[in-house]
Ligand binder design. Structure first.
Ligand code: NAG
Ligand code: NAG
Ligand code: NAG
Ligand code: NAG
Ligand code: NAG
Ligand code: NAG
Ligand code: NAG
Ligand code: NAG
Length: 783
């Protein structure tokens, strides 16, 4: 039984954990990323999942049920697993799937029934598996919607005529056919490709150029951009496929992962002489020669517009020739990029050849200020058509040299100097007035000066050490100053036309309406990842107001509180401070009002219920008790303590004292006037007197009742009656008093008056002796 419970509990825990796992991996757009988890099988995710990334796991088998529930799925990434087999109806409910990536698995055979269900599929990647053939033909028969296809494996050696039937219009196709041996003519012919075609044909390039030609014949048309990859170009023969493609009208050529020699380049240039080629790209390739191509000086490429070279490793780059004999080639391009290719100099004569150049990108090379001086012919008459110059990520150090070199480029609009090490900005610079875009990000600048061109529309100063911005840029529309050390937004009056401000990752605590209102035209703001002090004003501003002033482009997730400590890490949109923290004044005054009212009510209640009186009485009584304990054998030295009102003193002195003190034996009376110790607290005196007296004689009259002092005596008596049940009082009623005039709290006294006979002072003189007799009897001590 116990085991069962434990097992159940365990199962519960486990399910809960998997539930959490599902949730954890899925975002709000129903995309679940379970990649890189070493999963051996497809985990469960919510049924409405739209995207599912399962790449980089250890899944070997796709079963029938794995994807049965996810009929909404649009994208499925299964690349880089160990998938060997896929059940024939595994994808049967994926009629909405648009993107499927099965690349880099262990699929040895491809089956058309997998794809029969995927009628919406547009993007399929099957690269890098172990299949040798494309199934038994008609593999993609149902995939008429396909747009991009990546196909091929290191073992694929055969492509049959019917293998690609069904595919019609593609935008992109990658055919990794490095080990292709048999190609049935016409296999690629039905496909209308309008976009890029990448062909990896290593084996054929070396051994079977006929095969290459057949492929190119079938697939090439004037709309494609052809990339030949993974090949070695080292002879006249290896150049002939390009000639073939050119014949079919291809104008955009790229080489990727190609190794080329001087010889091949020469053949290539000669073969392309007078060709319609407009784009020539070389990427991730290496060049073994030194650029001695003199005998191609007669070739012309007047259609060539763009030369794009990236990551070209030139073995002997330091010995590379100046290319100045390529006048007929270099004269035409408008667009040259040589990125990450160890360029350390472009000699002035070469630069003079680039008469039509509008766009020059030398990102990521080895250019220094001196090299730039040479390349730009010291700023005299070269590159006159240049609109955009990109020398980011080189080794430039002096901004004034750069500004000097470009000052005569009257068409220059865009200058990217990012990722150089300028550190300082000179005070004066000379920029062409056409300059609209300047990128000085990541250049270790500490200050900005009036060097900044006034004509700018876009300025990027990201990732520097700036703290202030106090230069007016009257036309600026976009300012990027993320990753600096700004403590607050720069004043908007410097940028009367600014529309976009990006100021993330600074040390800004807050900003408010005032700050934003200074910007007259600001529409978009990105200010996340700062160290926000989530005060009430800031929270209120960000949660309610800011949306009316600008659009927050970088979304609420990048605005996180840094202080106060208990809000640290919370999103600014979610953070809340209590009303007390937010409305201190109101809260304090509210609270004081409440306290005041409470006190008032308390006071009224106390007054009404005589609480104070009770407390006072209790104190006095306790005190008296304590005293009595201390001098327990306190001597009774009076027969009676007379309590009376001052107004009745006449009667007391004239009648009472004379009668009682003159009696035989005389009574000893204690009168406050006569016997109280001066200097003592009156209450003490009273208590003392009452304690020392055998009885207390109350002379009751209207005066007595209304006199404070006597009330006190009465109070005390009342208390004593109440507490000790010690009936040691004699009441004399000087005049009739209605019981109602006696305060209610003397209920005991009222009762006392009811129960006790009290002595009434007779108006009639005849009755007075009787009164005195009675009084004496009442006072007389029991022996
Ligand atoms: C899927 O996961 C892999 C590995 O984590 C990642 O490289 C890839 O970008 C992800 N794909 C998508 C579309 O998120
Ligand atoms: C090829 O695509 C381009 C741009 O996508 C388009 O302008 C052109 O008309 C397309 N050509 C054909 C033949 O569909
Ligand atoms: C580049 O081509 C070589 C063979 O020429 C090949 O071994 C290598 O894997 C290729 N590199 C890439 C990234 O495809
Ligand atoms: C290169 O080869 C082509 C075709 O094989 C031939 O017509 C051409 O003359 C050759 N070019 C040179 C310079 O040998
Ligand atoms: C090509 O170079 C040769 C010598 O290298 C020279 O004699 C010839 O005039 C040049 N032709 C052109 C068109 O520049
Ligand atoms: C030049 O090429 C780059 C990169 O291919 C491209 O971004 C740019 O728009 C092109 N510029 C011109 C003027 O063709
Ligand atoms: C400069 O080149 C780099 C790398 O190609 C690119 O990221 C950057 O956008 C370019 N700058 C301009 C202004 O085109
Ligand atoms: C400025 O250059 C940096 C780094 O080269 C680049 O990331 C950034 O996109 C450029 N800025 C703009 C506004 O193009």
């Amino acid at each position: 039984m116990g085991t069962l419970i434990i097992t159940l509990l365990f199962v519960c825990l486990l399910t809960r954990q998997t539930m959490q796992l599902e949730r954890q991996h899925c975002d709000k757009q129903s995309f679940c990323d379970c990649s890189n988890e070493r999963l051996p099988q497809v985990p469960k995710v919510p049924k409405d999942t739209l995207g599912f990334n399962l790449s980089f796991n250890q899944i070997e088998i796709i079963t029938e049920d794995d994807f049965q529930e996810y009929s909404h799925l649009k994208t499925l990434y299964l690349q880089n697993n160990w998938i060997k087999s896929i059940h024939e109806s595994a994808f049967s409910s994926l009629g909405n799937l648009e993107r499927l990536d099965l690349s880099y698995n262990h699929l040895a055979t491809l089956y058309s029934y997998w794809f029969d269900w995927l009628i919406s599929l547009r993007h399929l990647n099957l690269l890098g598996n172990t299949y040798e053939k494309l199934g038994r033909g008609f593999l993609f028969y149902r995939l008429g919607q396909m747009r991009t296809l990546r196909l091929g494996s290191p073992r694929l050696y055969y492509m049959g005529k019917n293998d690609l039937v069904g595919l019609r219009d593609l935008d992109e196709m990658v055919l990794s056919l490095n080990h292709l041996i048999h190609y049935e003519k016409g296999a690629l012919r039905q496909i209308q490709l309008n976009g890029s075609l990448t062909l990896c044909l290593r084996h054929s390039f070396q051994n079977d150029l006929v095969l290459v030609k057949n492929i190119l014949k079938d697939i090439c048309n004037s709309d494609i951009s052809l990339t030949i990859a993974d090949v070695m170009m080292n002879s006249n023969a290896t150049v002939q496929p390009f000639v073939e493609a050119m014949k079919k009208g291809v104008t955009r050529f790229s080489l990727n992962n190609v190794t080329a020699t001087d010889e091949a380049i020469i053949y290539f240039l000669m073969a392309m002489d007078n060709s319609p080629i407009t784009f020539l790209g070389i990427e991730d390739s290496s060049f073994l020669g030194r650029g001695f191509w003199d005998n191609v000086n007669a070739t012309r490429y007047d259609k060539l517009e763009t030369l794009y070279i990236k990551n070209l490793a030139i073995q002997d780059f330091y010995a590379f020739s100046s290319l100045s004999y390529l006048e007929n080639i270099l004269e035409f391009p408008k667009n040259i990029s040589v990125i990450n290719s160890q360029v350390f100099l472009m000699p002035c004569p070469t630069s003079r050849l680039l008469k039509r150049l509008e766009y020059l990108d030398f990102t990521g090379n080895l250019l220094t200020d001196i090299a730039m001086r040479e390349s730009m012919c010291d700023g005299h008459g070269t590159l006159q058509q240049l609109r955009s110059l990109n020398v980011s990520k080189n080794s430039l150090r002096y901004l004034d040299i750069m500004s000097h070199l470009v000052r005569n480029l009257n068409k220059l609009e865009s200058l990217d100097l990012s990722q150089n090490v300028f550190s300082e900005m000179p005070v004066v610079c000379t920029w062409p007035t056409s300059l609209r875009y300047l990128n000085l990000s990541l250049t270790q600048l500490r200050d900005i000066t009036a060097c900044l061109p006034k004509s700018l529309h876009v300025l990027d100063l990201r990732g520097n050490y700036l703290t202030v911005f106090d230069i007016e840029l009257p036309y600026l529309k976009e300012l990027y100053i993320s990753g600096n050390k700004f403590r607050s937004l720069p004043s908007g009056r410097w940028f009367p036309t600014l529309q976009l401000l990006q100021i993330q990752k600074n040390i800004i605590n807050m900003f408010d309406t005032m700050d934003l209102k200074e910007y007259k035209n600001l529409q978009n703001l990105e200010a996340g990842y700062n160290i926000f002090d989530c005060s009430c004003e800031f929270l209120a501003f960000m949660q309610q107001k800011v949306g009316q002033l600008v659009r927050i482009v970088d979304g609420p997730d990048s605005y996180v509180c840094d202080t106060p400590v208990d809000l640290r890490g919370q999103l600014v949109v979610d953070a809340h401070l209590s009303i007390f923290e937010c409305h201190m004044m109101v809260a304090v005054s509210g609270l004081s009002t409440i306290v005041f009212l409470a006190t008032l009510i308390c006071g009224i209640l106390c007054y009404k219920l005589h609480v104070v009186w009770y407390i006072r009485m209790t104190c006095a009584w306790l005190q008296a008790k304590r005293k009595r304990k201390i001098n327990a054998n306190i001597a009774i030295c009076y027969d009676a303590f007379v309590s009376y009102s001052e107004r009745d003193s006449e009667w007391v002195e004239e009648f009472l004292v004379q009668e009682l003190e003159g009696a035989q034996p005389p009574f000893r009376l204690c009168l406050h006037k006569r016997d109280f110790l001066p200097g003592q607290w009156i209450a003490d005196n009273i208590i003392n007197a009452m304690e020392k007296s055998h009885t207390t004689l109350f002379v009751l009259s209207q005066h007595f009742v209304s006199s404070e002092w006597c009330k006190y005596e009465l109070d005390f008596l009342h208390f004593r009656l109440f507490a000790e049940k010690n009936d040691t009082a004699v009441l004399i009623l000087l005049e009739p008093i209605s019981k109602e005039t006696i305060p209610k709290r003397f209920c005991k006294l009222r009762k006392f008056m009811n129960s006790r006979t009290y002595l009434e002072w007779p108006e009639d003189e005849m009755q007075r002796p009787l009164f005195w007799d009675n009084l004496k009897v009442a006072i007389k001590r029991d022996a």
